[in-house]
Write a protein that binds this ligand. Structure first.
Ligand code: AMP
Ligand code: GLY
Length: 427
């Protein structure tokens, strides 16, 4: 195989980890990251371009002779970057590691993904969908439904579009704010209302060529800001892999009942899909159910999944493009990996940026995967709510966490906060 020029889109901890992994490949010639952060700059060249600025992305793809495009976040995929490339004579030879706009609806529309699961018998919570037109039916549905009840804005809402209502009044208020007051803009013009599933969650990832797939290590993330899983949802406060309850039997059920019917369904419906599928799952009475699909890798799950993947990722993208993932062998590290996210005080509400970060140079037994950071006058400063992920290996998850926690004390910036209880339910 020859070597490839790669353009990675995104600027978070996920992209820093992808940049780390891609840059190690002997098949990676040059790596560009748009827009990237202070961490990705260690592995390639950052370009000051937004992830949905398709015209600028096109310009650099031609200028820098890009061979592979890797969209990190969902926005460019849901907006159709795959189709943009494949419909352009100057770009269509480029490998895009992500689905078409049609395939990305698995994440881009909750109503689409629920109907898709129903059509293909993929286990998921019972639901109905409502708009302004059948608003009154929605009110009746809520009043008759058991509690808690889950309301989801149909479209992308930056991870904030899901409300788990504990009372009928809260559900009715949420429903009204979503549809009548456009609480999430156009994203909540349609609302999916579904049954609450009580269980333990995990994230499962595959890379598919549309027919075959390889599974990546599974992970568990921690979404709530507070210890003991309390307080508001965040983009993710940490993650671990492997997941203790994901034994062989359970993973087999996931493959047979969820992954295989999903990929077969995409093919049957002619939804072009070459890329990652992220299955957000929940285990209820020993059985897996889909909470959501995403058309990309997870963040912060990527910060533990890729460190445990020994296989060359660029080689996997090339095999994906050739439709030969059945010939790919994936190897996972035996060791566990955990990541602890350091965040800015106030997050997920408002927080300050531009705080100087110190103490990172002495850390040798963890990986520092930058999320919200940037270089300013030669210094690394905070530039987001989630600032940096500290990933460590260990003989088990607790051992790996202990190393990350030791190093979380070393990295300093004003207003640093992190959860100190990750893995608590597995002790
Ligand atoms: P999502 O944005 O779809 O990932 O939902 C955010 C979070 O809400 C999930 O990670 C779950 O913790 C929770 N959630 C979503 N749907 C359900 C459900 N049907 N039952 C229980 N929890 C849910
Ligand atoms: N960690 C959940 C997500 O990436 O959506």
């Amino acid at each position: 195989m020859s070597a490839y020029n790669i353009l990675l889109l995104g600027a978070g901890g996920r992209e820093c980890t992808l940049a780390w992994k891609l840059s190690q490949s002997k098949l990676c010639k040059e790596l560009f990251i748009a827009p990237g952060n202070a961490g990705t700059a260690q592995y390639g060249s950052n370009l000051n371009i937004g992830v949905t600025d398709f015209d600028e992305i096109k310009r650099v793809c031609i200028q820098d002779k890009i061979d592979i495009l890797v969209p990190g976040p969902e926005d460019p995929l849901v907006e159709g970057i795959y189709d943009f490339f494949k419909n352009d004579d100057e770009l269509k030879h480029i490998i895009v590691a992500g689905p078409s706009k049609g395939g990305a609806q698995l994440e881009g529309s909750k109503a689409f993904s629920k109907k898709f699961m129903q059509r293909h018998n993929v286990p998921t919570a019972g639901y109905r969908e409502f708009t302004e037109e059948n608003y009154e039916d929605g009110v009746t549905y809520i009043k008759e439904h058991s509690l808690p009840i889950v309301l989801k804005a149909d479209g992308l809402a930056a991870g904030k579009g899901v409300v788990i209502a504990q009372s009928t009044d809260e559900a009715l208020d949420t429903f009204s704010s979503m549809i009548k007051d456009a609480r999430f803009g156009d994203a909540s013009k349609k609302v999916v209302i579904e049954e609450f599933l009580d269980g333990i969650e995990l994230s499962v990832f595959v890379l598919t060529d549309g027919i075959n797939y390889v599974r990546l290590p599974e992970a568990k993330d921690y979404k709530r800001i507070g210890e003991g899983d309390t307080g508001p949802n965040t983009g993710g406060m940490g993650a671990l892999s492997p997941v203790p309850f994901a034994d062989d039997l359970f993973m087999q059920k996931i493959e047979q009942k969820i992954i295989e019917p999903t990929i077969k369904g995409l093919r049957e419906e002619e939804l072009v899909y070459q890329g990652f599928i992220f299955f957000g799952l929940i285990k209820v009475n020993g059985e897996p159910y889909v909470i959501e699909y995403n058309c990309r890798m997870g963040d912060p799950e990527t910060e533990v999944v890729l460190p445990r993947l020994e296989t060359d990722l660029v080689e996997l993208f090339v095999k994906m493009h050739e439709g030969k993932l059945n010939e790919a062998e994936t190897k996972f590290k035996e060791e566990a990996a955990c990541t602890v996210m350091l965040v800015s005080d106030g997050y997920p509400g408002s927080y300050e940026k531009g705080k100087e970060m110190t103490g990172m140079e002495h850390i040798t037994d963890s990986m520092l995967l930058h999320a919200g950071t940037k270089l300013s006058e030669g210094k690394v400063v905070t530039n987001g709510g989630r600032v940096i992920a500290i990933t460590s290996y260990g003989k088990d998850i607790h051992d790996a966490l202990a190393t990350s926690y030791k190093n979380a004390e070393q990295v300093q910036f004003e207003g640093k906060y992190y959860r100190k209880d990750l893995g608590y339910e597995f002790k």
